[in-house]
Design a protein around this ligand. Structure first.
Ligand SMILES: [Zn+2]
Length: 529
């Protein structure tokens, strides 16, 4: 480094730049634009955080890392540092803009969802990204290629100083942006998590071999169906079923799919804060009881282990029911279900996870006057309660018809058959001013839930059980009651069964107790939301 400290003159920068070849100029400009985009996002985040999530030290470390690596690092090292910082920043900008949250608040959910999604969902989601987010994402790929043309050379600075500088950047890096990933890393490598998974792997229900009553059991899981809108939409189909129980005050334990679905399919309770569960799920109970088990899903299997994939991997068969996501995706469940039911040789458990009313609502129902372009255009517009509720109600009314069609297939079965329909969770549609997140409204948890016993199973079920189910229809309940109720109606008994959670045994099991829910990183009672 030269002895005297003096500011760099603009003319010197100009002289440096004009001394470069065209290729080198492109490479230097590419670096400058990339750093500008990231610095801009970093400063926006800092301002928006209002001193909450990001402090001045983190901002300084972030700027220092970006500028330092841009000036001193060879292209590959620069990109290696730039990309994680850039993507974490963009995720933060997006989460903050869309949901008012930071990545550090929801890191676990975000990374689990990324592992459990598909191409169509990603594209649908990207349509809702802001102009800045899209441009930044689109520009970064070609710009990164351009940076490879040139390696910065600083002849006047001694190599020793450059090395020390690089060492500080690399050391400071994990404490800056990368620290946002700490919650994910912490859970992935926690010894408790490992222990829970080992316990689950060794778990057995050991049901009694005889006495099964239902040959066909279907668990149909919705997506973001809210009781408030679903119930009136389904009214017109009710007369088609002889023995249907509709639970009017059912709540999910969580407001998201990845945590919600496991509480329907296993005995995991509302107060269990671990991602994974130390028991196996309904798939293993039924498999042990001699059933062939199927998981029917609208996406592919997740490539990473999450709280849902660990459950559906217990099933004998995984079926992706939709080739492509369209406004009528869920209609593709019908031929798949018919095909499975046609094989009468074996008793079966079929669990179906619908796409239901997955956001964006405008893309979840058929409308001949509504072209793909208009759907895309609609999803770009800023969300308002009026517009979202309009599309939500249309999608719910379409979905209610599909659900009734699926239920008819079970109603008409000659063998004793059972169907549970439950949404995985509800959704806040500006109930408390915001869309979807934070999920701190009752509608994020108040879900439709119905139990259908076909005529053959109705005849095989005791009057006492039917009386208790009927009595529970207007009582406050939670998804914690599904597992034992389904096992009991299917006639599967096992020694560790917890009869307190069997709705055929007792009416009003909660009896004025409040229902705990966990949302936006905090414990609440549903009744107080
Ligand atoms: Zn969901």
């Amino acid at each position: 480094m030269s002895d005297e400290f003096r500011p760099i003159k603009l003319s010197e920068i100009k002289a440096f730049f004009s001394g470069l070849s065209l290729k080198e100029k492109i490479a230097v400009s590419a670096r400058a634009i990339m750093v500008f985009i990231a610095l801009f996002a970093l400063i926006v985040m800092f301002v928006k955080a209002e001193g909450n999530a990001r402090n001045e030290t983190e901002l300084l470390i972030g700027c220092f890392t970006l500028l330092g690596s841009a000036f001193f690092f060879r292209p590959l090292f620069f990109l290696l540092l730039y990309f994680p910082v850039f993507f974490i920043l963009m995720l933060n900008v997006h989460l903050r803009r869309t949901y008012g949250l930071f990545l550090s608040d929801v890191a676990n959910q975000v990374f689990a969802v990324i592992g459990d999604t598909n191409k169509t969902e990603v594209f649908e989601y990207l349509a809702g990204a802001s102009f800045f987010e899209l441009i930044a994402l689109l520009l970064t790929a070609p710009l990164s290629v351009c940076t490879l043309f040139y390696t910065p050379k600083f002849k006047e600075i001694p190599v020793k100083w450059i090395r020390i500088f690089c060492f500080i950047i690399v050391l400071s890096y994990p404490f800056g942006n990368l620290s946002q990933l700490a919650p994910v890393v912490k859970t992935k490598f926690s010894p408790e998590q490992k222990e829970i998974l080992e316990k689950a792997a060794a778990f057995k229900f050991n049901p009694e071999k005889s006495g099964n009553k239902a040959d066909t059991v279907v668990i149909l899981i919705g997506e973001s169906h809210r009781q408030a809108e679903f119930n009136p939409a389904f009214d017109k189909y009710v007369s088609g079923f002889q023995n249907l129980y509709r639970f009017s005050d059912m709540t999910s334990l969580f407001a998201g799919t990845l945590n919600g679905v496991p509480t329907i399919l296993s005995r995991k309770k509302a107060t269990d804060r671990f991602n994974f569960f130390y028991e196996k799920s309904v798939f293993s109970l039924f498999k042990e009881a001699g059933y062939e088990t199927y998981f029917v899903h609208y996406t592919n299997t997740a490539f990473e282990q999450n709280q849902l994939s660990v459950i559906y991997k217990e099933a004998d068969h995984f079926i992706k029911y939709a080739k492509k996501i369209t406004p009528v995706t869920d209609e593709s469940i019908l031929p798949v279900l018919e095909n499975l039911l046609a094989n009468r040789k074996k008793k079966k458990l079929i669990v179906i996870k619908m796409i239901g009313i997955h956001i964006n609502f405008s893309e979840r129902y058929p409308d001949p006057g509504f072209s793909s372009f208009r759907r895309f255009w609609t999803s770009l517009k800023p969300k308002t309660k009026e517009r979202e509720m309009y599309h939500y109600n249309k999608a719910i009314s379409y979905s209610a018809g599909v659900i009734a069609d699926i239920m008819q297939k079970i109603e008409q079965r000659p063998e004793p058959s059972l169907l549970l329909f439950s949404s995985d969770h509800g959704i806040c549609i500006f109930d408390k001013g915001t869309f979807h997140i934070p999920a701190t409204c009752q509608n994020a948890f108040h879900i439709p839930a119905m139990l259908l016993l076909n005529p053959a199973l109705t005849a095989a079920t005791s009057d006492d059980a039917k009386k208790n189910l009927a009595c529970n229809q207007d009582k406050p309940l939670t998804a914690e009651y599904y597992f034992e109720t389904i096992a009991s109606l299917a006639g599967i008994s096992y020694s560790s069964a917890d009869k307190r959670y069997d709705l055929t045994r007792k009416c009003d099991p909660l009896h004025e107790k409040k229902r705990p829910v966990y949302t936006a990183g905090k414990d609440y009672f549903y009744e107080d939301l």
